[in-house]
Ligand binder design. Structure first.
Ligand SMILES: NC(=O)c1ccc[n+]([C@@H]2O[C@H](COP(=O)([O-])OP(=O)(O)OC[C@H]3O[C@@H](n4cnc5c(N)ncnc54)[C@H](O)[C@@H]3O)[C@@H](O)[C@H]2O)c1
Length: 246
């Protein structure tokens, strides 16, 4: 795959977990990257070790903050080409205990956030006549596990956004795809699954019985963003060690 120092990416939720891994991988492959996060991105910036990574503080559910951050990213690097909608939450809550506030919070961050970020970024991608929009969903859209109904609905909504937007922007050389990780070892995932119990249960469902790590998702992200992947669009690529086989 080619290295593109002239391509600029925005990665949401780049302070830790998958987003940090994605931001660092893009930087390592020559992309310029703006991280958008509500949290401090010092660790990501230190590990990137280059001014091709710029941390921007923004809540992806706040339209004004998103517009300002996208404007800053494009101004800093002279354009924008790739959007990785990664920021998200996945609290396990039994369906009948899910309050309307829980439901709205999950929908706002996981579905409205990508809408706002993508809408703000699109004029820059259209201006470049080239773009890659990558939405991080989850294998739950295929598996439908219990206690994750709101989460699954939010990520299934993002799959719908992926498919429909792909039809709308393909004419401008922009692809829209989703990547669906399985349960992946991040601090948040470890905290919400309870000791190693969750990881062991999911490992037992996988064809490859090893706990997924953020690094296992990097090659798929680079493939989707690659110059040669312009004919890949509207797809949801499942990378979960084979729990869901579809
Ligand atoms: N880890 C897994 O097992 C797993 C599996 C499938 C899908 N995913 C998806 O991958 C993504 C990342 O998961 P993770 O485990 O790395 O999560 P994480 O909690 O480690 O990281 C999420 C990041 O998003 C940021 N964030 C939260 N709210 C924000 C907001 N309003 N605005 C901007 N940034 C915000 C956080 O500060 C954090 O840096 C999520 O969308 C998640 O649903 C994760």
């Amino acid at each position: 795959m080619s290295e593109r120092i002239d391509r600029v990416a925005v990665v949401t939720g780049a302070a830790r977990g998958l987003g940090q891994e994605f931001a660092l991988a893009l930087v390592a492959h020559g992309y310029a990257v703006a991280g958008l996060d509500v949290a401090d991105q010092d660790e990501t910036a230190r590990r990137a070790g280059t001014d091709r990574f710029v941390p921007l503080t923004a809540d992806v559910t706040d339209p004004d903050a998103v517009n300002a951050a996208i404007g800053k990213a494009a101004a800093r690097f002279g354009g924008l080409h790739i959007v990785v909608n990664n920021a998200g939450v996945y609290p396990p809550i039994p369906f009948e205990d899910t309050t309307p506030e829980d439901w709205r919070r999950i929908m706002r961050l996981n579905l409205e956030g990508p809408f706002l970020v993508t809408r703000a970024a699109l004029p820059h991608l259209r201006a470049a006549g080239w773009g890659r929009i990558v939405n991080i969903v989850s294998a739950v859209v295929f598996l439908g596990p219990p206690e994750l109904v709101a989460y699954t609905a939010s990520k299934a909504g993002l799959v719908g956004l992926t498919r429909a937007l792909a039809s709308e922007v393909g004419v401008d050389g922009i692809t829209v795809n989703a990547i669906a990780p399985g349960l992946t070892r991040t601090a948040t995932a470890a905290g919400s699954t309870g000791a190693d119990g969750g990881f062991a249960r999911v490992r037992a469902l996988q064809a490859i019985p090893v706990t997924e790590t953020p690094a296992d998702l990097v090659s798929t992200l680079l493939y989707v963003c690659d110059e040669g992947s312009g004919f890949l669009t509207g797809q949801t690529i499942n990378v979960d060690g084979g729990s869901a086989r579809h």
